[in-house]
Design a protein around this ligand. Structure first.
Ligand code: FES
Ligand SMILES: [Fe+2]
Length: 367
């Protein structure tokens, strides 16, 4: 169970009064080699295939027949909501000669491969082979789309495990972060020359707010003042705005976090949900190589907020902060091959990142 709004706000007020922040008890040293070695990277990809990891918000598959394809851990995956309302996921590879059967996203009754038009139902069954007589003896049942090992919707997010999971990962401790009425209103992607963990770490601590976000967040928020709670391998990092002070004058039973904080839920290992005032961002980091990462960004309306307001809020806050975090990750990636550091040092203020590395290490050792 995560802390209630009142509990989080109490903790924030205590930190404001004491000029303190939540912190861990240890310092962590992560070898620089873990960010640049191809061997380590390959192992991380193997892990990403063997964990249920966030694939998209449920809102990206709103109707029966809605589908979404994207690269996940180096493979093209197709997720689709079936005629029965269930989400399934398949390797997006035709069972004839391997072309992708779907591209991008949309809504359909069946998947027709663009190459020779082999046709699959929403549940992956091969239902039609044009010129069937040219394939004597073929067993259609054996040529259905190959499903991933696990596709599961929980807490408003679709999780996909491509292969037999080594752990339930984020899914084992997944609160209901998103509800079905929260609509997806925008989706974007881009690739940066940065390591995926260096990118992810920028969302795991608030120790950098004043230095890196001097003109974007810092005028509205606090430096190094966070509530951090962990749930399984996941973590929640709360970044308060200065306007939270207004709540002190209100009755406690009316205290709400909405609009008073940026709430960031780390979904282990490569996704985070950032809840802003009127909309939320699900950001999934797809490692492309040790020095390249693709961002998959889904923008979703918040509960009880008219969708027009969410869209307006999204265009207003679009790039603040994110651009600075992107630049930091690119710069650190460029520094990886320098002899300056053998280790990245994480202090007690960076407990969110330490929690991530501890779990990542643990699971990589299980492979
Ligand atoms: S590769 Fe798909 S129909 Fe031929
Ligand atoms: Fe940041």
């Amino acid at each position: 169970m995560l802390l209630s709004d009142t509990e989080v706000i109490d903790r924030i007020f205590d930190h404001i009064d004491a000029k303190s922040t939540d912190q861990g008890s240890n310092v962590w040293r992560e070898p620089v080699d873990h960010y640049q070695s191809q061997e380590r990277f390959d192992k991380e990809i193997r892990l990403l295939r063997r964990l249920p990891v966030p694939f998209c918000p449920s809102g990206a598959l709103p109707k029966r027949g809605s589908y979404l394809t994207r690269m996940a851990a180096g493979r093209s995956i197709l997720a689709v909501r079936g005629a029965d309302g269930m989400v399934r996921a398949f390797f997006n590879v035709c069972r004839h000669r391997g072309m992708a059967v779907a591209d991008g996203e949309g809504c359909t009754k069946s998947f027709v491969c663009p190459y020779h038009a082999w046709t699959y139902s929403l549940d992956g069954t091969l239902k039609h082979i044009p010129g069937h007589e040219g394939f004597p003896g073929i067993n259609k049942e054996e040529h259905s789309l190959k499903p991933v090992v696990q596709a599961k919707e929980q807490g408003g997010i679709v999780f996909v495990a491509q292969e037999e999971p080594v752990s339930q990962g984020a899914l084992g401790h997944m609160p209901n972060l998103l509800s079905s009425e929260q609509r997806l209103f925008d989706k974007s992607e881009f690739t940066d020359p940065a390591n995926w963990k260096l990118v992810g770490e920028t969302s795991m601590e608030g120790y950098h707010i004043k230095a890196l976000h001097k003109e974007s967040f810092y005028p509205y928020g606090y430096n190094n003042l966070n509530v951090i709670e962990t749930f399984g391998p996941n973590a929640r990092v709360v970044f308060p705005f200065r306007r939270i002070e207004k709540l002190r004058a209100k009755a406690r039973h009316r205290w709400r976090l909405d609009g008073m904080v940026t709430d960031v839920y780390q979904l282990f290992p490569n996704a985070h949900l950032t809840v802003l005032s009127s909309h939320s961002l699900l950001i999934i980091l797809e490692p492309v190589s040790p020095v390249r990462t693709r961002y998959e960004i889904f923008r979703i309306g918040n509960r009880g907020v008219p969708i027009e307001d969410s869209v307006k809020d999204a265009s207003f806050v679009k790039d603040t902060g994110l651009q600075e975090d992107r630049n930091a990750a690119i710069s650190m990636t460029q520094g990886l091959n320098s002899p300056a550091n053998n280790f990245m040092t994480f202090g007690q203020y960076e407990e969110g990142a330490i929690h991530f590395h501890r779990h990542l290490d643990n699971l990589l050792n299980k492979l």
